[in-house]
Design a protein around this ligand. Sequence first.
Ligand SMILES: [Zn+2]
Length: 522
Amino acid sequence: MKTQWPSIVWRSALLLASAMAAPAQESYDLVIRGGRVMDPESKLDAVRNVGIRAGRIAAIRSTPLAGKQTIDAAGLVVAPGFIDLHAHGQDDENHRYQARDGVTTALELEIGTLDVDAWYAAREGKRLIHSGVTVGHPPARIKVFKDPSRALVPTGDGARRAANEEEITLMKAAIEKGLQQGALGLGFGLQYTPGASRWEVLELFRVAARFNAPVFVHIRHMGDAEPDALTAVGEVMANAAITGAPLHIVHITSSGLKQTPRLLQTIAEARARGVDVTTECYPYEAAMTELQSTLFDPGWQKVLGIDVDRVEWVATGERLTQATFAKYRKQGGMVIMHMIPPEVAALAIAHPQTMIASDGVITNGKGHPRGAGTYARLLGRYVREQKALPLMDALAKATLMPANRVGLAQKGRVRVGADADVTLFDAARVIDNATFKEPTLASNGIEYVLVSGTAVVSKGALVGGVMPGRAVRRAVQGRLAEWRGAGLKRQRAGRVFCPRNSASTGRPESGIPTGGTGAGKL
Ligand SMILES: [Zn+2]
C-alpha cells in the first residue's frame, strides 16, 4: 500500500496538469479574440474568446484560445449572424449586398416559389450565405390561372379571379407538394391576389397546419381606409386560431401605415391568449412594389394615403406624374412608395413584438436601399444615434427572434454548439450608406461576417472565391434519407436544418457531417 501512494499522486498530478493545459493546447480552425460577445439568448455581454471548429462554435472563454487562424476582435461586437426573414433578393448579387450588411441567412418567405426542389437545386454550391424559401400562394395562382405576370406576383387572372373548387384543389396539392419538399412554410401576398376568397386562404392554412409549417402573410388590406388593415389582420389571425398554423405578418409598417400601433397592440394581445403570431418591419419610411400589381388599382391613393408625387420609378429615380404613372403602369416595373409615417417606422422598430427584416431585392444595381443597408441602419441610426432601443434588443430582432420563428435552433445564437454564423461589427461606426439614389452602397462598420465558420466579409471587404452558404430547409418525414443520407434519420419531421450543418436539430450530436472547411481566407 505504501508504495502505491507516490504513483497515484504522481498520476493524479499528471492528469491535473494535462487537464489544465488542455484549453491552451486545443487548436481551433479559427479564434475570434477579445471581442465583445453579445448573445441575445443567454444575454451574455462580455469580452470573450470564441473558438470555431468544423463550422460550429466550439468554445466561448475568457481564457486565451489557440487557433490556426485568429481574428483580432478588440473593439468589435461579436453577434450571431443576422437572419433576414424577408429577402426577395436570392441571387449572388443580392447575397453580396446582404453579406456586407451582416446577413448570414437570407430567406424568401413572403412570396416563395412553387417548385421547391428546383429552387434549392438551382442554388446548390452557389451560395455566399445560407438561404431558404417557402412554397408560395402567389406563384401557385400564377400557375393555376396561367397568369401572364413576369414579376413576383400575379397581375392578371391569378390576381383578380376567384378560384372554383377544382382550382382550389389544384392549389392545395401544389402547396402540399412544396411542403413535402421541405419548404420553410407557406407564403401569401393577399393584397396582390384580391380574387382569393377567404375560404381559399383558410383551406391553404389548413394544409400548412398539417405540416405545422408557419404561414407568412402580406395581409389583404392596408392602412386605415375601410376595409382596413385591422380587418385584414383579423382574417389571418382567425385562420391561425382555427387551424393552429403559426402565423407571421410581414412588414407591419407598410401594411399598417397609420394603423400600425393598433395592429401591434392586437398582435401582442392575441399572443397573450396563445395565438402563435409574430411580425416584422424594415427600418425605412418607403415601400417598394410592382407598379402593375393590384396595389395600384383605381382608388390606390386613398389606400396608400399618398399621390403620384410620392411614387418613385426605380429605373430612373424620377418621381411620377399622372402621365408617367399611366405610361409606366402599362409598361410594368418597380416603384418605391414614400408612404410610411416616420413616427410609425420608429415606433415599430423599437416595439418588442417586431423582428427586423429587409423585404429587399436589388436587380442589376437598382432597387430599394433596404436590400443593402437594413441591419447597419438599425444598429447605426436607431440604436446608436436615436437611442430608440438597446443594442441587445436590436440584435435579438435580427437574430434570435427570426431564428425561433423559422425553427433554427442552432442559429441566431453565440453559444457552444451553435452554427458559426457570426457577424462582427464596430458599434461606434456601424452605419448604412445605401440610399434611394445609390441603393447598393455597402454599410460601414461590418468588419467580419462568418458563414459556417468561413469568412465571407473580412476587414470590411468581401472575400472572393468562397461559397459557404447552405440550404435552410425543413425536414419532412420520408424525404430525409433522400436528401443527405443516414445522418438525417434522427431528425424529427418539421424541424429545420441546413444539410451538412444541422442548423436546427437542437441536437448538435445528430451525426450530420458538417462538411465545412472551417476557417476560410481572412
Ligand atoms: Zn409584401
